[in-house]
Design a protein. Structure first.
Length: 259
């Protein structure tokens, strides 16, 4: 399994009691492209990601990866099909080194068990070496290679963002879901992260879908933008179209758009 994948949702719904967090959403994220999902707080963006990644089973509709229905599969099975996801608050082990954190991503593709580890079997040694090489390559790509031996607790927020992307890349994803990747970093750091995300799509051939509130970043980066409001998709199209859509301006951009 290799190459970018198309992510598609059909009439996707996720309800919590009487609250429809995602409401009959149809959306296609084209293979190898960058799609942004925007909307005000509470619009259902993170819930949408959680359904796609398998953290929630949808209450309606389907999630498809290259026409394979993955609706309701648990996260580890969705990940094995090539879907990786990062979080707004980076989910790393602060007391472990950067390299050890990224190696965790490669474990998705290893077969060694506890007996292999105890006995230091040939398979375990081979997979351990492959995992280390894979992790170092991912760190090199994200510009964090020099941090490999540093504890995560001792690196900056911007560096953690890059390490989180490296961890996701170590899983060899076909679809990468980025949940507010630029949250908590300054404009200069945002520019660097934007370039990195673009290179993930262009150089690594990975389909990228991101949720982001920084509109300049979205408009510069995305090939396609979808807008959620109260769980419903209210608009989609190229950035130029979204920027001038009255429904989007009313629901989300408002004064920030004029600025």
């Amino acid at each position: 399994m290799s190459g970018a994948a198309t992510l598609r949702v059909e009439q996707l719904g996720m309800s919590f009691g009487g609250l429809k967090a995602v409401d009959q959403v149809d959306l296609e994220v084209p293979a190898g492209k960058i799609t942004a999902i925007i909307g005000p707080n509470g619009a259902g963006k993170t819930t949408f990601f959680n359904v796609v990644a398998g953290f929630y089973a949808p209450t309606a509709g389907r999630v498809l990866i290259d026409d394979e229905d993955v609706s309701g599969l648990p996260p580890h099975k969705v990940a094995r099909l090539g879907v990786a996801r990062t979080f707004q608050t980076t989910q790393l082990f602060p007391a472990a080194s950067v390299l050890d954190n990224v190696i965790v991503g490669r474990r998705l593709h290893t077969r060694s068990n506890v007996f292999d580890a105890v006995l230091r079997s040939r398979r375990h040694r081979r997979e351990e070496a492959e995992s280390r090489e894979n992790a170092l390559e991912a760190l090199e790509f994200t510009g964090a290679r020099d941090l490999a031996d540093v504890l995560v607790a001792n690196i900056s927020q911007e560096a953690r963002k890059r390490v989180a992307v490296a961890l996701a890349l170590a899983t060899e994803p076909r679809v990468l879901l980025l949940d507010e990747p630029a949250a908590g970093i300054n404009p200069h750091e945002t520019e660097g992260l934007t370039a990195l995300i673009r290179s993930v799509a262009v150089e690594r051939g990975v389909t990228v879908c991101l949720v982001e509130h920084k509109m300049r970043m979205v408009m510069d980066l995305a090939d396609h933008v979808a807008v959620l409001n109260y769980g419903k998709k209210i608009a989609e199209g190229p950035p130029a179209k979204i920027r001038s859509d009255p429904k989007v301006i009313d629901a989300y951009l408002g004064a920030d758009h004029d600025a």
